[in-house]
Design a protein around this ligand. Structure first.
Ligand SMILES: [Zn+2]
Length: 81
């Protein structure tokens, strides 16, 4: 996908699948097995635009249906009383 890493300029990539956490206005969608290319030199992650678009589409589809709560995870707020 890339000729060179935008960050370090090397061209060593590996394709992996990792969980991706999408967040929007305090709601979260955790997408497992999101394809990503990782720079083996510096660790920069490169997600394909179409992958991110698909995650976004799924997020809003779920919100619109107002269901499938199990697809959301909650990030507990730390409470320092
Ligand atoms: Zn790099």
């Amino acid at each position: 996908m890339h000729q060179k890493c935008n960050y370090c300029g090397k061209a060593d990539y590996e394709e992996r699948k990792t969980p991706y956490l999408y967040s929007y206005k305090g709601n979260y969608l955790l997408v497992s097995d999101t394809p990503v290319e990782i720079c083996l030199n510096c660790g920069m992650l490169y997600y394909e635009a179409k992958v991110l678009k698909e995650i976004e589409r799924r997020f809003f589809a779920i919100q619109k249906e107002g269901g499938e709560a199990e697809q959301f995870i909650e990030i507990p707020m730390m409470n320092y009383a």
